[in-house]
Design a protein around this ligand. Structure first.
Ligand SMILES: Cc1cc2nc3c(=O)[nH]c(=O)nc-3n(C[C@H](O)[C@H](O)[C@H](O)COP(=O)(O)O)c2cc1C
Length: 231
């Protein structure tokens, strides 16, 4: 199993520690390998909102030099991991949001990739209120058509993993190791109902509002998505 990991913070603190426990456990299982991308180093430019990637092939992104290796790793992986601390009592880190904005062309009504529909993903977050960081990432990934999305959020009231009581650290470690095993074992499942629904809505939108001769209608046609679901 190949895993592509996206670290939403350059700080090797709580989130990194939790992710490392998960990864160290994962590589105990047969054939698990992972590649890591540290944000914002791996993607140091902000999405400019030019929308080139939404109306043209993704290579037209002005930051394609950074997006291409990330894109290749995603396509090549069987599983994806997204990690971020929870910020501002409401969401993910800016770097993680920036990554997801650069990858918005994966969305079903733009240029979905057939490889995406068989992948599983895991989101790891730390800090109180972690659910608020998990939810928007989950939404992005569902919009891409990811087969199954799992998550773990760790409520902690310190910015140092080692400052937590030993029993709390052990409890978190145990949860991460069990989750890593389950994630590894989890087989591909039927698509989410929301994926099926979004596919039909996208097909309708592209036919009615985009039309022949225009991207991404042409992308859908070339890939045969109008005739057959890509999942
Ligand atoms: C801009 C910013 C906003 C934050 N907002 C919250 C918050 O809403 N709730 C919380 O519990 N911690 C918050 N924190 C603290 C960190 O999210 C928390 O310590 C986290 O576990 C740090 O992860 P890291 O060690 O991987 O950087 C915030 C930190 C920063 C820098």
């Amino acid at each position: 199993m190949k895993i592509a990991v996206f670290h939403g913070s350059p700080r090797k603190g709580n989130t990194y520690t939790a992710t490392k426990i998960f990864l160290d456990e994962s590589i105990k299982y047969e054939n698990v390998k992972y590649s890591e991308f540290f944000l914002p180093t791996a993607l140091p430019e902000f999405c400019t909102g030019c929308q080139l990637c939404l109306g043209n092939p993704r290579e037209t992104c002005p930051h394609s030099q950074y997006v291409t290796p990330i894109y290749n790793a995603i396509i090549d992986a069987d599983a994806l991991i997204f990690t971020t601390p929870h910020y501002g009592a409401c969401s993910m880190s800016g770097s993680m949001k920036n990554l997801l904005d650069h990858l918005d062309f994966f969305t079903l009504n733009v240029s979905p990739r057939k490889e995406i529909f068989s992948k599983k993903a895991f989101i790891i977050t730390t800090a109180a209120g972690s659910t608020a960081a998990i939810k928007p990432i989950q939404k992005y990934l569902k919009n891409w058509g990811i087969n199954r999305i799992y998550s773990l959020g760790f409520r902690m009231f310190t910015n140092k993993w080692g400052a937590m009581s030993e029993s709390k650290q052990l409890k978190f470690e145990k949860r991460l190791k069990i989750a890593a095993y389950r994630f590894y074992k989890m087989p591909k499942k039927p698509p989410y109902l929301s994926t099926v629904f979004f596919y039909y809505i996208s097909k309708f939108i592209l036919k009615k509002y985009v039309g022949k001769g225009n991207y991404p209608y042409e992308y859908w046609e070339e890939n045969g998505y109008f005739d057959k679901r890509p999942f």
